[in-house]
Design a protein around this ligand. Sequence first.
Ligand code: UDX
Length: 441
Amino acid sequence: MAVIASNCPQHRVVVVDINEARIAAWQSDQLPIYEPGLEELVRRVRNKNLFFSTEISRNIAEADIIFVSVNTPTKTFGQGAGRAADLQYWETTARQILENSDSPKVVVEKSTLPVRTAEAMERILRSNGNGHHFEVVSNPEFLAEGTAIRDMQQPDRVLIGGRETPSGQRAVQAIVDIYSQWVPNERIITTNLWSAELSKLVANAFLAQRISSINAISALCEKTEADVTEVAHAIGMDSRIGAKFLRAGVGFGGSCFKKDILNLVYLCEHYGLQEVAAYWEQVVRMNEYQQARFVSNMISSMFNTVAGKRVAIFGAAFKANTSDTRESPALDVCRALLEEHADVVMTDPHALDMARADLGDLAQQVTFEPDPHQAAKGAHALAILTEWPDFAQLDYQALYKSMVKPAFIFDGRNILQHQKLHAIGFNVYAIGKPPLTNFAK
Ligand code: UDX
């Protein structure tokens, strides 16, 4: 919304939320999330044409266009638990829009939703016959965290799906008019509603599939002395495959990939497409395997026990340049190490607060240490779980000195200089590469 406000000074953009603390944070100098470039942008447009408010009813009444971005977590109860999206917040919002509207509105699906949700929303919005017309449009968001501002300023494409009726097309045009203020026309694509809804799930499924594919190959590399970085480079130069999203690692995290694939799986099962469902589900299984494999490798390399050993986890965020720890592999690895009775210390430049909150009761068993040098002190092993560039710049000679010997590094993101670390004295285990150990043969 900050990007829209900055590109469309003629529009007044109001962000509403039931969470008062969050809205207060958006109005303060301490924004509730870390995202490069966001603070500067918000400062520029805040109280000019970007506003934050908890007055939901009034702002619904005044709006012509409503972007609904409420969360759609995976259901944890009842039918479809663990797979289907929980749509209760969406439905509540639709009813709230209906109750507070005394003029026609365009309602934009921004949250990722199961295919054909728009239909259910239309039915709710048209249910009490208050005479006002609501048009539902799907405008899925493709930005990635950490590069959100750039992704929105210069998107590969903007996708807008709507009904093929004259009023549906007018609503689509209203959204096209917003984006065309800064996005070239050839990058704005319009489709029917169902294609737009499905494309979002499919885009995330394809991206995650690439990661699981290269991670599957990383396991094979470790057995065959091939190097996964070299393999990824070699295959990525084929323009049909492409070089991006081929970084092997400890697995994908984030709020989207797992949730959206499971959503896709549920949808396929619902339509009786068992083979299609099983195919996509395997992408998530491979991701779980990669994380489990990482922890097993740590334990077996460290003489089959980590109990009582201090292990420093470098990185809590699910990727670099964000404070977000949702579905972060770092937290899964942390939980697994705690189960093995390791003494876990975690360091991260921006995500420690969220990690503490996400770990819940387990947080009491973890030491949170913002300084990586302190975190490494007295540790048997370092595990790199987020690709923060800072971690590659540390003085590993000094870290090595302060650690218990033999000292181990498990580079779950392949960001360090492994040969150098090996020369310092570390036993180095990277993803999809032969281990570099200093043990006598
Ligand atoms: C993703 C999609 O990229 C975005 O288009 C969609 O709108 C939301 O979901 P996001 O989850 O923010 O964005 O981050 P992304 O950059 O896709 O990374 C997801 C996870 O995959 C991270 O844990 C990242 O570390 C991991 N990853 C990514 C890899 O392990 N290897 C890669 O090559 C790329």
